[in-house]
Design a protein around this ligand. Structure first.
Ligand SMILES: Nc1nc2c(c(=O)[nH]1)N[C@H]1C(S)=C(S)[C@@H](COP(=O)(O)O)O[C@H]1N2
Ligand SMILES: [Mo]
Length: 315
C-alpha cells in the first residue's frame, strides 16, 4: 500500500489526517500559513480564523498532500481571470460572509439556507483526496467538508428527482472575470442524484484545517474526486434538484471536448491531448509523469454507478 498511485480506502486501518501523513510538510505549511496570514493582515484583509474541528476519514488517501502554497497559488477560477495565478491575486475581493444557499426544485423543504446554520450541524470531516484536472495536472488536497448527501437528506429529495444542479455566485462587481466574455456566467455544474449521494461527494468549507481560501472556492464548494476538476464547482449559491440533465458550463462551451460525466478515465483521451498520464504539481521540472488511474483511483467506490454504460460515449 505504499506505491504513490495506491488510492483511497485503506480497509481496516484507522482514519488518517494530514498531520499523520505529512508531519514535516505540515510544519512547513503551518509556518507559510502564518506568514501568509500576517501578510494579509498587513494588507488589511481578514485575519486567519480558528482551526476547524473535523474528524479524519477512512476515505482519505495516504499519499502526502501538496503544500498549502501549491494548493492556493495554482488555481482555476475563471471568475477571477484565466491565468493560474489570477485567483490568488484577485479573489480577496470576494465577500463570503454572510452567505446563503438557495435550495429548490424537486425538494420537500425548499428555501434559502444560511451557510452558518448548515455548517453548525454539518458532520465535518477531513478528506485527503486526489484531485485531477482535465488539463492533465494533479494534486492531493486535504479538504474539510461534509457529505453532500447529508444536506440533500436535510432538504428531502422528491421521488422524481434525478439530477442536482449547482450554480456559482454571480457578482461581477467582485469577480473581474465575470466582467469579461468567454463564459456565459454564472458557472454551472451538475451531477446525477446517485453521484451526488455517493459518500465520496462532499461540500467543502476548508482545507488544511482552515476556512476555505477564496481562490479555492470560499465559502463552500463541491468536491467530486473521481471526476475532472471542472465538475467541482466553487462558491456555490444555488442547488436545484431536477428530473432533467442540467446544463453545465464546459459542456455548453465545447460539447465535443467536455461531457456531462467527466469521469477521470485514462483510456478516453481529450480530443487535443492524452489523459493516460498526469503531471503532479510540485513534482519539479524533471519528475516523471504519473499514470492516471481509472476514476482517479476511486473505482472501488464509484465504478458501480456506471455499470453497463459506455464510458466512451458518456465522456
Ligand atoms: N465557479 C467555478 N468553479 C470552478 C472553476 C471555475 O472556473 N469557476 N474551475 C474548475 C476547474 S477547471 C478546476 S481544475 C477546479 C480547481 O480547483 P482548485 O483551484 O481548488 O484546485 O475548480 C473548478 N471549479
Ligand atoms: Mo480543471
Amino acid at each position: 500500500m505504499s506505491h504513490p498511485s495506491t488510492p483511497t480506502r485503506r480497509s481496516g486501518s484507522r482514519p488518517l489526517g494530514w498531520a499523520d501523513v505529512t508531519p514535516r510538510a505540515a510544519a512547513l505549511n503551518r509556518r507559510e500559513l502564518i506568514a501568509g496570514a500576517a501578510a494579509l493582515a498587513a494588507m488589511g484583509a481578514a485575519p486567519a480564523t480558528a482551526k476547524i474541528a473535523a474528524q479524519p476519514s477512512a476515505f482519505s488517501t495516504d499519499v502526502p498532500p501538496n503544500t498549502f502554497e501549491e494548493i492556493t497559488s495554482y488555481n482555476n477560477f475563471y471568475e477571477f481571470g484565466w491565468d493560474k495565478s489570477d485567483p490568488a491575486r484577485h479573489a480577496h475581493q470576494l465577500t463570503t460572509d454572510p452567505w446563503a444557499i438557495e435550495i429548490g426544485g424537486m425538494v420537500e423543504r425548499p428555501g434559502s439556507y444560511d451557510l452558518a446554520d448548515i455548517l453548525a450541524t454539518a458532520p465535518l470531516e477531513e478528506r485527503i483526496y486526489r484531485f485531477r484536472c482535465v488539463e492533465a495536472w494533479s494534486m492531493v488536497i486535504p479538504w474539510i467538508g461534509f457529505p453532500l448527501a447529508a444536506l440533500i437528506e436535510r432538504v428531502g429529495a422528491q421521488p422524481g428527482a434525478k439530477y442536482v444542479a449547482f450554480t456559482t455566485l454571480l457578482r461581477p462587481e467582485e469577480m473581474p472575470g465575470q466582467r469579461a466574455g468567454g463564459i456565459d456566467w454564472p458557472y454551472v455544474e451538475g451531477l446525477r442524484l446517485d453521484e451526488a449521494m455517493n459518500p465520496l461527494t462532499i461540500l467543502a468549507s476548508g482545507l488544511y484545517g482552515e476556512e476555505m481560501p477564496k481562490q479555492n472556492g470560499a465559502p463552500i464548494r463541491l468536491v467530486v474526486p473521481w471526476k475532472y476538476g471542472f465538475k467541482s464547482i466553487k462558491s456555490v449559491v444555488k442547488i436545484t434538484l431536477t428530473d432533467k440533465e442540467p446544463p453545465t458550463t464546459w459542456k455548453s462551451l465545447q460539447p465535443r471536448e467536455y461531457g456531462f460525466y467527466a469521469n477521470v478515465n485514462p483510456e478516453v483521451d481529450h480530443p487535443r491531448w492524452s489523459q493516460a498520464t498526469e503531471r503532479k504539481i510540485g513534482g519539479g521540472l524533471f519528475a516523471a509523469r504519473e499514470p492516471t488511474l481509472m476514476f482517479n483511483g476511486y473505482a472501488e467506490q464509484v465504478a458501480g454507478l456506471y455499470a453497463g454504460m459506455d464510458l466512451r460515449a458518456n465522456y
